[in-house]
Each structure stands twice: as structure tokens, then as C-alpha cells.
Design a protein around this ligand. Structure first.
Ligand SMILES: C[S@@+](CC[C@H](N)C(=O)[O-])C[C@H]1O[C@@H](n2cnc3c(N)ncnc32)[C@H](O)[C@@H]1O
Length: 355
């Protein structure tokens, strides 16, 4: 199913790519500085660009490994030490075998069961939470434990580890009892959330540029001085809602930890991934750090009419660094199930050519 991610540019990739060609037809390397789902990075790679991608969130780092660094399933060449001989089916790929193996591990009543299921006993809440059914939460606990142990015992490589965590994130997201983000869970289980959780195979793309991509994880403001590219695409958060808070459970899956789950929603402590782009006061300073320190002359910036700062103010501010132009795109609004807002909004693609 994939997941609904606030601000995902999956559906805008054609327009963004044609803007990149328009700005500089000789572009070789594109920096995707806040890459989120990594789906735009994938489209860039498939369109023959070299991609340097980054995000502050750990789940994004795992998605980017699949989308940029893999063009076929990894070997999983220690499979015979993982799967018992009698279950080794020669006709199946090692990747299929490991997913079958993980799908069949015995459920455990662990952290996810206790903190995020109705049969749990959360440490910091007055009543159990309902992000997952008890069966699915216990399955997630068991699969997390097994992936962590495979890595610790060196039975999987770093990229195999990233792929399995990506697969776990996608499968857990499919059966999460939420309206769109993990800001809160739904009071009644929806049908989708009651289906059994199942890891399924990721698709691998071998289109376009398969070599030479780079993946980073960290604050754009800090990573920018290390990056070199022909065009830097920046897709910052444009509202106050922090990604780290809205996708806290995906981050916990990606980090393989068991943080304190706070309050009714069970948020992990997320201040270490706080984004300045969600603050009217700090956003300009962050743009300044990026634009002045990165080794790149052209910037393409996505912003929205719903943005924290009005588009005219943003353009005025960016004009301090060079020549600015803007393209309008009418776009379908991200709507959580109970939102009554208009269903279209204006997205902007701002081009800054640095002096
Ligand atoms: C609008 S989303 C990007 C969506 C992405 N283009 C896609 O198609 O999935 C904004 C992203 O910026 C990331 N982010 C926010 N502040 C950041 C920062 N200071 N440095 C790096 N990433 C940041 C968030 O984690 C989030 O994934």
C-alpha cells in the first residue's frame, strides 16, 4: 500500500524533473536535501541523475538505501545460517526465504504489544493504546527482535538490514490504526488494521543511473557543507507539525529502540529531531546556513500556500542570495480523514540562482 506522508512529492516528480531540465539541461547531480519517503530520489535516479539524498529521520535513511543503492535484491548469502536446512527451498530467492522466515517467527508480548496495543499495559498512559491489534503488535515485536539479532550476529549486511527495516516499516504502516499520521490512533479498529501483518517484497528498480548515489542522515543545516551538486532540491516542512512527532512509531521501528512512550499518543521523545523549518522564527536562519554553505549554485525549493511564511516573504528573503523565480502548481491537499479544508492548494517551485 505504501504510506501517506505529509508533503510527499511522489505525484509531482515529473514537474520537478522537467524544472530541473529547464534550469540546467546539463545537470548531472541533484541533491535531495529533505528526501522523506525517498520516492522523488528514486524518480531522479530513474531519470539518469546522480542523487545525493538526506533527511533527518532514520526511516528515510532506510527508504533511501532501497531507492538509491539497490537495483536488485541483496544476496543474503548467510541465509543457510538463518533458515533451517529443511526450510531451504532452492526455487526461492534468499530474499523470499528470509521474508518467509521473519513472517513465521513466534509472536512476543514485548514493547509494541505493551505500549501500542489494546491488550498492553503502557507505562505512561492511563489506558492501553490502539495503534495495532494485539496480534499484530506481538508479531512486530518478534520480527524487530529477530532483525536486530541477525544484525548483531553479522548474519546480514548493513544494506540487507536497511532493506528488512524498510520492509518492516511498510508492512507495519499498512495495518496501523491511524487516520494518516501517528499523531493519535483511532478509537475503533478499522478493517485494514485488523488484517494480519505480513512482510512483502520490495520492488527494485534498475532503471536509469544505478551507480554513484549517496545517502546521508542528519540535519540539512549541518550536512550541507559536505555536499556538492548541480542543483539542490529542498522540500522543507511548511507547517508547524513536526515529522518526528507525526511519524514517531516509524522512527522507533527504524531505530530499533524502545523509548519511553509519552502520554495518550505514546510519542517518543523527539526533540533531537526537531525541525527549524516548522518554526516561523528559525526558518530563515536555517535556509541561510544551507544556501551559504552548500557547494551548489542552483536551488529548487518546494513551498506551499499553506506555508508558515507567506510565499511573497520567502521570495523576498531568498532574493538576498541571487535571482529568484517561481512556478505555481495546483496540487491535491494532504487531508486527514476528518479535515474539511479545500481539496486543492497552490504548491510553488521556487528557483534560486545564487550570485
Ligand atoms: C515535505 S517532507 C519531504 C517529502 C519528500 N520530498 C518526499 O517526496 O517524500 C519534509 C522532510 O524534511 C525533513 N526535515 C525537516 N527538517 C529537516 C532538517 N533540518 N534537515 C533534514 N531534513 C529535515 C522531514 O523529516 C521530512 O521528511
Amino acid at each position: 500500500m505504501g504510506y501517506r506522508y505529509i508533503g510527499s512529492k511522489d505525484k509531482l516528480s515529473d514537474i520537478i524533473i522537467s524544472e530541473i531540465h529547464r534550469i540546467n539541461n546539463n545537470t548531472e547531480t541533484v541533491i535531495d536535501l529533505m528526501a522523506g519517503t525517498g520516492l522523488l530520489s528514486l524518480a531522479l535516479r530513474e531519470n539518469n541523475f546522480k542523487v545525493v539524498a538526506n533527511d533527518v529521520m532514520t526511516y528515510s535513511y532506510h527508504h533511501l538505501h532501497l531507492h538509491l543503492l539497490l537495483s536488485k535484491a541483496p544476496d543474503f548469502n548467510k541465509i543457510s545460517s538463518i533458515v533451517k536446512n529443511q526450510n531451504l527451498d532452492n526455487k526461492k530467492s534468499n530474499y523470499t526465504l528470509i521474508l518467509d522466515y521473519l513472517n513465521n517467527v513466534k509472536p512476543i508480548k514485548g514493547y509494541f504489544f505493551n505500549e501500542f496495543s489494546p491488550e498492553g499495559n503502557p507505562i505512561n498512559a492511563t489506558k492501553p493504546r490502539k495503534y495495532y491489534t494485539a496480534e499484530n503488535a506481538a508479531k512486530i515485536d518478534a520480527i524487530r527482535k529477530e532483525i536486530k539479532s541477525l544484525k548483531k550476529r553479522n548474519l546480514i549486511t548493513d544494506i540487507e538490514h536497511s532493506l528488512l527495516l524498510h520492509d518492516l516499516i511498510m508492512a507495519s504502516n499498512d495495518i496501523a490504526n491511524i487516520a494518516g499520521t501517528y499523531g493519535h490512533y483511532l478509537s475503533k479498529f478499522v478493517k485494514r488494521a485488523e488484517s494480519p501483518m505480513l512482510l512483502y517484497q520490495s520492488k527494485f528498480s534498475n532503471l536509469g543511473q544505478t551507480e554513484g548515489h549517496q545517502v546521508f542522515k542528519g540535519y540539512a543545516e549541518e550536512i550541507a557543507p559536505k555536499l556538492v551538486g548541480d542543483i539542490c532540491y529542498i522540500d522543507p516542512p511548511y507547517i508547524k507539525r513536526q515529522y518526528a512527532a507525526n511519524y514517531h512509531i516509524l522512527e522507533t521501528l527504524a531505530r530499533e529502540d524502545e523509548p519511553e512512550a509519552i502520554g495518550e499518543s505514546g510519542l517518543r521523545p523527539w526533540r533531537d529531531q526537531y525541525s527549524n523549518f516548522c518554526s516561523k522564527v528559525k526558518i530563515r536562519d536555517s535556509f541561510d546556513k544551507i544556501i551559504t554553505s552548500i557547494n551548489c549554485q542552483d536551488f529548487l525549493i518546494s513551498y506551499s500556500e499553506d506555508g508558515l511564511i507567506p510565499i511573497s516573504d520567502l521570495i523576498l528573503f531568498l532574493s538576498n542570495y541571487g535571482t529568484v523565480s517561481k512556478k505555481n502548481i495546483e496540487y491535491k491537499r494532504f487531508k486527514s480523514n476528518n479535515s474539511k479544508k479545500e481539496s486543492t492548494l497552490n504548491e510553488y517551485l521556487i528557483h534560486l540562482k545564487k550570485d
